[in-house]
Design a protein around this ligand. Structure first.
Ligand SMILES: CSC[C@H]1O[C@H](OP(=O)(O)O)[C@H](O)[C@@H]1O
Length: 371
């Protein structure tokens, strides 16, 4: 997408042909800072610290982390060490494991001296595939936006609610849940986006609002607990969110608070869509609530808030009493029964096993043979 009118992706290989450029998302929206990753450890830290975040971008960063590791030492031991380190960075987004499994599958059979070039080729292909997937998701979701606008009699504006950031900053480009927002806005559909602030890391208030503002998409930042009230008063025409891991039966892990939004949507008859790139499907899982690992992060992410002072300086302040512990669950699981439909790069389907297999029939044979 564009930043100050300049097209760019969220991750790129620098002109030196090997170091990896990313945007420091912990500095947004007050500063736009690019960071150069030069080692696998720096890539691992970028993921753990959420300098880069979002399931697809985590996968892409990990893939380039393997590239950086191979530059230093392309031995079998170094490959396994890098894969293990990167795999341990964050537990919930399955794209991380999908990307690393792919890098291992490509590199392990090769002679060490050929691994670096192959690693960069595969990482680049993974990024290009992500962009194509997200563009396709956007096009499929755009049709749902247009249907919602028609149902509304094309009056007023189309109010869409989203949670967290599933924009181009969470992917290599376009985003998943935000891709149709850009397309709808560019097509002239009078879209307005309710942006959940998304405590405690505030990916909505900080990242989604910044992205939409950069593209000129009308939006309003709201507290996480406002969405239900807006739905009760007919001010939300549809919800669309991203996902970090979706099971073979359509249970959706996403940023903490998504489940509560889905409950409110169900109670008010508001369509609740999940933008789902296929690398985010974990075909091995069936019961998301029981089986999807939920990341728990430092309590200080909840007890402390960082922002810009009137002086323009950036500061961090504590908002909780010194003695109060804070529990920081980073994701929750929305059961498939609360999801109106899954929007994948191959089209839209019900959040059911049969619905997903109808779009990914090759998985049917795997499941029947247990491969
Ligand atoms: C398109 S995946 C975006 C997904 O990732 C976010 O989590 P985090 O910011 O912690 O990486 C959130 O769950 C988004 O929906």
């Amino acid at each position: 997408m564009k930043v100050q009118g300049v097209p760019m992706r969220s991750i790129w290989v620098e002109p030196d042909g090997w170091s990896v450029g990313v945007i420091d998302q912990t500095r947004l929206p007050h500063a736009f800072v690019k960071v150069k990753l030069t080692t696998a450890d720096e890539a691992g830290h970028a993921i753990r610290s959420m300098l880069v975040r979002g399931a697809p971008l985590i996968g892409a960063t990990a893939a380039y982390g393997v590239c950086l590791a191979m530059r230093e030492d392309a031995s079998d031991g170094a490959l396994e060490k890098a894969l293990t380190m990167l795999r341990a960075t964050r537990p919930t987004a399955v794209n991380l494991h999908w990307a690393l499994d792919g890098m291992r599958q490509v590199l392990a059979p090769l002679k060490p001296e050929t691994r670096v070039a192959s690693a960069y080729r595969h990482a680049a292909a993974l990024c290009d595939e992500d962009v194509a997937i997200n563009r396709a998701i956007g096009e499929h979701a755009l049709k749902l936006f247009q249907e919602a606008w028609d149902r509304k009699g094309r009056k007023g504006r189309l109010n869409v609610l989203t949670h967290c950031n599933a924009g181009w900053l969470a992917t290599v480009d376009w985003g998943t849940a935000l891709a149709p927002m850009y397309m709808a806005h560019d097509a002239g559909l009078p879209l307005h986006v309710w942006v959940d602030e998304t405590r405690p890391r505030n990916q909505g208030a900080v990242l989604t609002a910044w992205e939409l503002g950069q593209h000129g998409v009308p939006h309003t930042v709201i507290a996480d607990n406002v969405g239900g009230h807006l739905m009760q008063h007919g001010d939300v025409d549809l919800c669309i969110v991203g996902t970090d891991r979706t099971t073979a039966k359509g249970d959706v892990a996403n940023k903490i608070g998504t489940y509560l939004k889905a409950l409110a949507a169900k109670d008010n008859g508001v369509p609740f869509y999940v933008a789902l790139p296929s690398p985010t499907i974990d075909w091995t899982l069936h019961d998301g609530v029981k089986e999807i690992p939920i990341e728990q992060r430092e309590g200080t992410e909840l007890s402390d808030v960082t922002g810009r002072l009137p002086s323009g300086d950036i500061a961090t302040v504590r908002i909780t009493p010194p003695g109060s512990p804070a529990a920081n669950y980073a994701f929750d699981v929305t059961p498939a029964r609360l999801v109106t439909a899954l929007i994948t790069e191959r089209g839209v389907c019900p959040a059911t096993e049969e619905g997903m297999l109808s779009l990914f029939p090759e998985r049917r044979t795997e499941r029947s043979t247990g491969t």
